[in-house]
Design a protein around this ligand. Structure first.
Ligand code: HEC
Length: 170
């Protein structure tokens, strides 16, 4: 065993960070996504760097950015998905049912935004910066109305305190 340990450490250890990095695939055809076409602006914010390295969206339930997140969603998504993600010409986004199950992870959701799905759900790389994609995603997650236990996209701590979204009473 001693003789195996050293080669294992030499080969396996350097590969670990690469293995942990999330991989992104087009939601429809499964082709790998790189972000070469992404807009220059907003590609290297701390949130984007963290997300591309770990798959964790630090904007989720972050009170400092939720107003901005809502604004991006209302400008770019609500016309088709509804102000509360209840669905219009696009499907509802505020429950735990997904046409494409990968959207229950933020890596999957980001891939759907970046690369698009079918029909009216075109790729967003030409209209949103990577940072704005993370913001719109944070608002989609905030609009969730279901049982927090099923919100697998949140961290365990976030699930414990998450309050299902309720539209403001007029
Ligand atoms: C022009 C209309 C339109 C706009 C704008 C739009 N969508 Fe969509 N979206 C759709 C349609 C239609 C579908 C269904 C496509 C399919 O099933 O392949 C869809 C599908 C989706 C899905 C997959 C849902 C599932 O159940 O798996 C997600 C997630 C999504 N949209 C998020 C967004 C977000 C976030 C934005 C804003 C950044 C956005 N969409 C903007 C029309 C739109």
């Amino acid at each position: 065993m001693r003789y195996l340990a050293l080669p294992l450490m030499l080969f396996v250890l350097p590969a670990l960070p690469a293995l942990a990095m999330p991989q992104f695939y087009n939601t429809i055809d499964g082709s790998p996504l790189n972000f070469d076409d992404a807009m220059e602006e907003g590609r290297d914010t701390p949130a984007v760097e963290e997300f591309l390295a770990t798959g964790v969206n630090i904007y989720n339930e972050n009170p400092d950015v939720l107003a901005k997140a809502e604004e991006v969603y209302n400008t770019m998504c609500s016309g088709c998905h509804g102000h509360y993600g209840e669905g219009k010409i696009g499907p509802g986004l505020n429950d735990s049912y997904w046409t494409y199950p990968q959207n229950e992870t933020d890596v999957g959701l980001f891939s759907t935004l970046y690369g698009g799905a079918t029909g009216q759900m075109g790729p967003m790389w030409g209209s949103l910066t990577l940072d704005e994609m993370l913001l719109s995603m944070a608002w989609v997650r905030h609009l969730y109305t279901g049982d927090p236990k099923d919100a697998v996209w949140l961290t365990k701590e976030q699930r414990e305190t998450f309050k299902p979204f309720e539209p403001k009473k007029k």
